[in-house]
Design a protein. Structure first.
Ligand code: HEM
Length: 403
């Protein structure tokens, strides 16, 4: 297949590309330089035009400003969705006010700490099983053998989808989120597989309703009326995609950090009660998710001449490294006292699955550290981070010393 990737970046302030391998490998120096400059908003003409504000203040401003910025598409690519606001293709993440409020409220009860608590034992048993399967090895890939499986298995259980379809879900995520620099026709073809899969699941759940999220959505009402099939479809697609490589990335980044920082590792083994605050710090320092908005109409944003349908990337990861918002932002302090990080977003679209993500992360790290109190990176050169809007380790070979 011909390589359609964009040309390598030589000017990050005027011609950035978040899918460039340099960004995937280490974006922090790029962000630091632009954030500290007199114009902390990078620009590119790629993808039909995109902006990248890098300070905490500007990211917050865009996230809260639903008058100028639309969520009708949140993944930067070469095409633009038609006039589908305020619902969008994957409510509530693609919805604007006023529709967004109801679409989000509908889902909230399914993701409260109480609602997801019963998943903890299941997740723990599943994580242990993953490590049992590689027990004879002294090199375990924390991304491939471990992290990637956990959120897929949990969301498949919640949606009532067959666990054996996990590989297909990961391919859907890869197509939707990592192959954004492919031509629109190629993207449309691969997204067609996702559409077919979810449609089949909806038909199956129509015929055999069960106690799961898919059946819940098929029956759900907003303002006294059953939500449309299209809305059900879009929300299922969102839940399937939103929780997988995000959580996988966060699990991987946490293990990557612990492999390279023996002091933090030993402290968490000795004081597992610190794991929740360590996880918040890993989320801050290695925040995996950057979302996007589309500019509604031509408008001047702090001297940036934004045009209708330009993209604006919301770099929650860069906001979390802004020295004006966090003391010593590049230091990872696992018991950081104040940590109001933006890894789960800001404003009306703040992550609806954050309780679930935190549960999965905590259980995954607890289970890993119980099994492997001591470990290092087996081969630094082999480690690979994903590019695009969800950044995390996709290859992470770990040498386990006490396996
Ligand atoms: C560490 C893991 C995760 C991270 C870092 C993360 C991050 C985010 C971020 C930054 C947003 C804001 C999007 C925006 O402003 O456009 C978001 C929204 C969302 N997330 Fe997550 N997420 C994670 C896991 C999950 C999980 C496990 C689920 C559920 C299965 C989930 C479901 C959602 C949904 C439904 C929204 C849209 C909320 C709305 O539009 O009102 N996320 N997430």
């Amino acid at each position: 297949m011909t390589d359609t990737r964009h040309a390598p970046v030589t000017d990050w302030a005027e011609d950035f590309d978040h899918t460039d391998p340099t960004w995937a490998a280490n974006p922090f120096p790029i962000w630091d330089e632009i954030r500290a400059s007199s114009c902390p908003v990078a620009h590119t003409t790629r993808y039909g035009g995109a902006w990248l504000p890098l300070t905490h203040e500007l990211v917050t401003e865009v996230a809260y400003d639903t008058d100028h910025f639309s969520s009708r598409s949140v993944i930067v690519n070469d095409s633009r969705p038609g006039a589908i606001a305020p619902v969008g293709v994957a409510p509530p993440i693609s919805s604007d006010p006023p529709f967004h409020h109801g679409a989000r409220r509908l889902l909230l009860p399914e993701f409260t700490p109480k609602a997801i608590a019963p998943l903890e034992d299941f997740t723990r048993t599943y994580c242990s099983g993953l490590l049992d399967a590689v027990a004879s090895r002294d090199v375990v890939d924390a991304a491939i053998d471990y992290g990637q499986h956990i959120p897929v298995r949990v969301i498949a259980k919640m949606l009532g989808f067959p666990p054996e379809d996990a590989d297909r879900f990961r391919k859907f995520v890869y197509d939707a989120l990592e192959r954004v620099d492919r031509p629109p026709a190629e993207r449309a073809e691969t997204i067609g597989d996702l559409v077919g899969y979810i449609s089949d699941q909806m038909v199956d759940h129509d015929a055999n309703p069960r106690d799961d999220l898919t059946s819940f959505l098929l029956e759900a009402e907003m303002d006294g009326e059953r939500i449309s099939r299209q809305h059900v479809f879009g929300t299922i697609a969102l839940l399937l995609l939103a929780g997988i490589d995000t959580t996988w990335s966060a699990i991987g980044a946490s293990i990557w950090h612990l492999a390279r920082n023996p002091g933090d590792r030993a402290r968490l083994v000795e004081h597992p009660e610190l794991i929740p605050s360590a996880i918040e710090e890993f989320l801050r320092a290695y925040a995996p998710v950057t979302m996007a908005r589309l500019v509604k109409d031509d408008f001047d944003f702090h001297g940036c001449p934004m045009k209708a349908d330009d993209w604006v990337l919301l770099s929650f990861p860069s906001a979390n490294r802004d020295p004006r918002a966090f003391d010593s932002p590049d230091d990872v302090i696992i018991d950081r006292a104040e940590n109001r990080h933006a890894a789960f977003g800001l404003g009306i679209h703040r992550c609806l699955g954050s309780n679930l993500a935190r549960l999965e992360l905590r259980v995954a790290i607890e289970t890993w550290l119980e099994r492997y109190p001591d470990f290092t990176i087996a081969d630094e050169a082999a480690v690979r981070w994903s590019g695009g809007q969800v950044r995390g380790p996709r290859v992470l070979p770990i040498r386990v010393l006490d396996g």
